[in-house]
Design a binder for this molecule. Structure first.
Ligand code: C2E
Ligand code: MG
Ligand code: MG
Ligand code: MG
Length: 289
């Protein structure tokens, strides 16, 4: 009986695997077409200084609206793009878009604004990564401090020495680095001291759980980050209560639906104008994205 069941399980697993692989190949093909047809868009979510609720920058978040599949979330298509190599073209496209947009904002009324761009481990691992970033900044006539790059710990620690060299070189141009989703990885805290990053983004699970057990943990993370001279951004700030707690813990910046959803550039820009004319984003009442 057990053997029979085991066999069935195997066959089921096998079929599912096969189906997933086929689906993935299909999705990869659709992604390639989507890139040439302009089905991608970059949305922008504000990064807000908690002390005065000023918008200091925006995170660029990739969106795919497929005419066949509808909106596909990045967590579904980014891993496929990474697996099949398209992430390099896709990542380059996001970088160009984001830099072009931040250039327009800076040339307008917001000369100090920066854009944060997510970088996949695959992109960062490439030998020409530093050159590509340098060239993109040059092409848009932007200084390095217009750009922040968001990386996860796992992207950095597989080749720690190589990573440190790349981070140093780009930081020399003024580019800042953020450790994304901090607290969810497995790596040792000792890496943190070795990595020349300037910003920690505390994963939104810590903010979400602050009501139950999370406050001491948040407190510890923020204190540790400050001891290492890092700026702290809390992800996933959704309620005024969470904002109050984070302020009390001296968290530097926040990002989340309370301040604004990821929005197309024109909508994000309109909110920016409002905020600079005196209405804090947390009180604007943003529509859902
Ligand atoms: P991430 O870099 O950690 O981005 C933050 C995610 O949290 C975004 O999800 C954002 O929409 C979501 N978020 C922001 N505020 C809130 C909030 O208050 N509550 C909740 N529940 N969620 C919030 P999104 O846009 O679905 O992106 C998911 C992930 O996909 C990103 O996580 C990032 O890892 C990846 N990603 C997105 N765009 C790119 C890209 O251009 N390149 C690469 N390599 N990865 C990207
Ligand atoms: Mg990010
Ligand atoms: Mg994140
Ligand atoms: Mg996250």
């Amino acid at each position: 009986q057990a053997k029979k069941q085991g066999k069935n399980t195997w066959r089921f697993y096998d079929e599912r695997c096969h189906q997933t692989a086929t689906e993935e190949l299909q999705l990869d093909a659709q992604l390639r077409v989507a890139l040439t047809r302009g089905e991608f868009e970059v949305h922008y979510q504000p990064l807000v200084r908690l002390g005065d609720e000023r918008v200091l920058g925006f995170e660029a978040l990739l969106r795919w609206l497929s005419p066949v599949l509808g909106p596909v979330p990045p967590l579904k298509f980014i891993p496929v793009a990474e697996e099949h190599g398209l992430i390099h073209d896709l990542g380059a496209w996001v970088l160009q878009e984001a830099l072009g947009q931040v250039k327009r904002w800076r040339d307008g009324a917001f000369p100090e604004l920066h854009v944060s761009v997510n970088v996949s481990a695959h992109q960062f691992a490439r030998e020409d990564f530093v050159g590509a970033i340098r060239e993109a900044l040059r092409a848009h006539a932007l200084p390095g401090n217009a750009l922040m790059l968001e990386l996860t710990e796992s992207a950095l620690i597989t080749d720690l020495h190589g990573s440190v060299a790349k981070l140093r070189e780009l930081h020399g141009l003024g580019v800042r680095f953020a450790l994304d989703d901090f607290g969810t990885g497995y790596s040792s805290l000792s890496y943190l001291q070795q990595l020349p990053v300037q910003v920690l983004k505390i994963d939104r699970s810590f903010v979400r759980d602050m009501d139950s057990t999370g406050v001491p943990l948040l407190q510890a993370l923020i204190t540790m980050a400050h001891a290492l001279d890092l700026t702290v951004i809390a992800e996933g700030v959704e309620t005024p209560g969470q904002l109050d707690v984070l302020r009390g813990l001296h968290c530097d910046l926040g990002q989340g639906y309370l301040f604004g959803h990821p929005q197309p550039a024109d909508v994000a820009g309109a909110a920016l104008e409002q905020e600079s004319s005196g209405t804090p984003l947390a009180r604007l009442g943003q529509p859902a994205s």
